[in-house]
Design a protein around this ligand. Sequence first.
Ligand SMILES: Cc1cc2nc3c(=O)[nH]c(=O)nc-3n(C[C@H](O)[C@H](O)[C@H](O)COP(=O)(O)OP(=O)(O)OC[C@H]3O[C@@H](n4cnc5c(N)ncnc54)[C@H](O)[C@@H]3O)c2cc1C
Length: 460
Amino acid sequence: MPMTQLGARAVVLGGSMGGVLAARVLAESYAEVVVVERDRVLGVSTPRRGAPHTVHAHGLHARGHLILEELFPDLTEELRAAGVPTGDLGEMRWFFNGRRIQPAHTGLVSVTAPRPVLENHVRNRVAAITNVTLIEECDVLGLVATADHEQIVGVRVRRRTDPAEAEVIDADLVVDATGRGSRTPAWLDELGFQRPEEERVKVGLAYTTRHYRIRPEMFDGVQSINPVASPAHPRGAFFGQVAPDVCILSLTGLLGDYPPTDPDAFLEFVRSLPVADVYEAVRDAEALDEAVSFRFPASVRRRYDRLLRFPGRLLVVGDAFCSFNPVYGQGMSVAAIQAMTLRSHLRLGRPPEPHRFFADLSRVVDTPWDISAGGDLDFPGVEGRRNLKVRIGNAYMARLQYAATKDPEVTNGFMRVAGLMDPPQALMRPSMVRRVLRHAIRRPGPGPSWRDTTPAPAVE
Ligand SMILES: Cc1cc2nc3c(=O)[nH]c(=O)nc-3n(C[C@H](O)[C@H](O)[C@H](O)COP(=O)(O)OP(=O)(O)OC[C@H]3O[C@@H](n4cnc5c(N)ncnc54)[C@H](O)[C@@H]3O)c2cc1C
């Protein structure tokens, strides 16, 4: 039941993670919430055309997990019962700069569901809310505004089942959650408003992914094995269990070094990772599918918060607002935090005011953007200004990651920040700085690649 009713209908554009989380909180304050999604999604737990990135490894950070559990009580148990592995974020096998960090019990839950499975469970919960309607296979064509363009009063859509007819859905509030390809900047232009400035960090990233049948010896009791890209070892991987007998391997390559899809070349890329663990696990493993690739040219932050004029009754959330380099695993958790921000605006008892909402959303995005954009600037080939904050941050982070190879308490602090539980400043507390400097006064060099010490296998 709605709490304080703020309007008859809110319409959410896009029924992926950002959209359904927004719908969940809007349902508390609008008599009806309509989610418009161009794909068929209800009951779908496999990757789909409108969200091709969802075939690749998606970890849910601790903060995102806590918010989902708050919005959808017992979701974690439901996921576990469905065979989704969960574990402690700090107890996975993490490698930074070619070195394994010490495992630590953090108490932070990591969920490694296949992304479409997680999305399906969350969407089912939202679709079951009595005042939420999900319209599938329906394209959003544009916004409908008042004659003076000052207020948005609906959206134009076309159902794929009836492609000849466009129709208008009236709305008291429209929330754009259509992802990176959001057309709100173009729609603003058409309505006589400025487009938001875009901050971009070009990373030239690609993920290439295959699934394998799990063999008991592959993971040796850990949930996932993740050699994360670093400037000295820019090739990375996320290798994790996603179902009782299935694991996912997503390879990551930066600045145009795209992991190939050809099976032999894929395996060769795995062999080129700085640590042997993933190669040893998959070289004889049974692949369950062909490799697929996804390119992610740049992280993009749209500065809606800086626009002086913006139409009323329109908001933007999720990747449409800010899309981060995915290797930091932040997008779904940030979408969840944004949903909580939206809820706090709704609880003020009046329809959300775009300027205030975007100002708050921007504050939400600041830290994950600094983590992602700042971390990317540690790679010499990534273009961008390295101000003092970025240089000091990266210099300290390299020391901290090295210290984490010696001290589980450092792992714990690092995982709390990476999991968006604590702000980065927590890593600057005197007790933590002492632990870090005890092991790394100077910036440590990279760990050696395993191939530097191991002869290449004989080629037949
Ligand atoms: C390779 C990769 C790996 C990632 N890994 C992680 C990870 O490990 N952890 C994490 O938290 N995040 C990760 N992310 C980020 C995460 O996927 C996104 O942040 C998250 O999906 C939120 O996105 P969204 O719902 O805002 O947009 P999207 O997921 O892009 O969804 C947009 C939706 O809008 C629909 N749509 C678009 N246009 C229209 C239209 N005109 N009409 C109707 N419907 C429309 C689409 O069909 C789609 O369903 C990753 C991203 C990528 C690319």
